[in-house]
Design a protein around this ligand. Structure first.
Ligand code: UTP
Ligand code: MG
Length: 417
């Protein structure tokens, strides 16, 4: 099985070719996950970079641990994804308290200017060390004013982009939650990988920070969708909390982050939806979701009234007053919705496209460029005046030739629903 390090146009074209050789959409999605997922070797390298950083940070904080979180460990990581790391100083808290020192770090943190200021100064010191002495660490940036302060750098020997944070236990807990969801049913990972890959191919997501939807948001959109199936494929976060035992109890900065850790306690309902059905319905669901008034809430597993006017509202699973997609603007949301509709329609044309030996079909057809992918460089007004995507037009023409007027016209009505 070939492995693709990054989702460059060349690798997307190779993926498209590989997928078109599969016999069904279900096989395509399984093949995609196998091709893009992190290898064991790649995960080991990620842990190695954490341990390198621990050696540097250990000069100041001898008991510290650097732990990976996010897509490196939550089972949704694609080759080329960044390494999110957290500096865990708990070791120091424990030692200082055991020795009975009045000047434990925890004491200083509580009495200091603010916990945030302490986090910033710790990261600033480590950032300087990484810059000066980190072997192979280049391009170090201290991004200390962010909501979650971080040190960003590239580790040249492995090619990883790394983000080091501190005091970020809630994010660690969300990684645990996503890992749990990924383990409950294999369809979860296949769907998340497909949606992430589709979104990247159309520049719905980007590695550059901005008004784009993030991979974390996309994953929660998939989780929420799977909670809506009948019967549901995934339990709600409240259900995971109800199943928790006393040792699972977890409160972080006043947020109840309790979830069951023993997967055997979770009883799943019998849902036999195929991956093809799920993918199709995912696009139809979000192509028609009332984003203007409703928010996505995986804790309740139900849409809720939107508490604020941001374009997209996805409640943070554990810090429930926060919206994880606050950065997304109306243009980006419109592109997402338009692409969902277009992709739902393209999937419906599977049989006709499959018969043509030269055109990608099924999921592969969804990775082809679309008119909406140019949205970043075109004004909204201009796009509204444009004719339908040339891709759609070409397909419609070929459908008219191959499948007759009726199929093509029925499809085009669905696409513009
Ligand atoms: P990332 O944005 O790096 O996402 O946040 P990711 O899941 O690792 O995906 P890629 O592959 O890098 O794009 C890292 C983790 O931080 C937590 C989530 O656990 C996420 O997986 N996080 C992120 C939050 O808890 N809240 C947020 O608003 C964003
Ligand atoms: Mg990440």
């Amino acid at each position: 099985m070939p492995k693709f390090k990054e989702q460059s146009p060349a690798s997307i074209s190779k993926i498209t070719q590989l997928l078109s050789e599969q016999d069904s959409i279900d096989e395509q999605l399984q093949c995609l996950t196998e091709t893009l997922q992190l290898t064991e070797e790649n995960v080991s390298l990620r842990f190695l970079v954490c341990s390198l950083l621990r050696d540097i940070a250990g000069a100041y904080f001898p008991e510290c641990i650097i732990r990976p979180f996010g897509s490196s460990v939550n089972s949704f990581g694609k080759l080329g994804c960044d390494v999110d790391m957290i500096l865990d100083l708990n070791g120091i808290y424990a030692t200082s308290q055991k020795k009975g020192s009045a000047l434990s770090l925890e004491y200083q943190v509580k009495r200091g200017a603010s916990e945030r200021a302490v986090t910033q100064s710790i990261l600033s010191v480590i950032g300087k060390c990484v810059d000066q002495f980190g072997p192979g660490c280049v391009g170090v940036q201290n991004i200390l004013q962010a909501r979650c302060p971080l040190v960003r750098f590239a580790h040249q020997p492995t090619g990883f982009q790394c983000d080091l944070t501190a005091n970020n236990r809630v994010a660690m807990k969300s990684s645990e939650l996503l890992f749990l969801y990924g383990q409950l049913d294999p369809r979860v990972r296949h769907l998340v990988f497909s949606v992430r890959c589709w979104a990247r191919a159309h520049s719905i997501t980007s590695s550059i920070p901005g008004a784009w939807i993030t991979n974390f948001s996309l994953t929660l959109l998939v989780v929420f969708f799977l909670q809506q199936r009948n019967p549901p494929i995934l339990p709600t976060l409240d259900q995971l909390k109800e199943l928790a035992g006393p040792s699972d109890k977890c409160v972080i900065e006043g947020n109840d982050c309790t979830i069951v850790s023993d997967l055997r306690k979770i009883t799943l309902q019998q849902n036999t939806d195929t991956l093809e059905e799920l993918l199709q319905e995912f696009f139809e669901f979000y192509g028609n979701f009332p984003f203007n008034k409703a928010s996505i809430n995986i804790r309740k597993g139900k849409e809720q009234t939107k508490p604020e006017t941001t374009a997209l509202y996805i409640q943070n699973p554990f810090e429930t007053t926060l919206n994880i997609s606050k950065n997304v603007n109306a243009t980006q949301l419109e592109r997402f919705v338009a692409l969902c509709r277009e992709s739902a329609w393209l999937l419906q044309q599977k049989e006709i496209l499959k018969q043509s030996s030269d055109s990608p079909w099924g999921f592969a057809a969804l990775l082809l460029p679309s008119v909406t992918s140019g949205a970043g460089v075109k004004s909204r007004r201009k796009r509204k005046l444009e004719p339908a995507s040339s891709r759609i037009k070409n397909l419609l023409d070929s459908l008219k030739i191959k499948g007759g007027e009726t199929v093509a016209e029925k499809g085009s009505t669905n696409a513009r629903r």
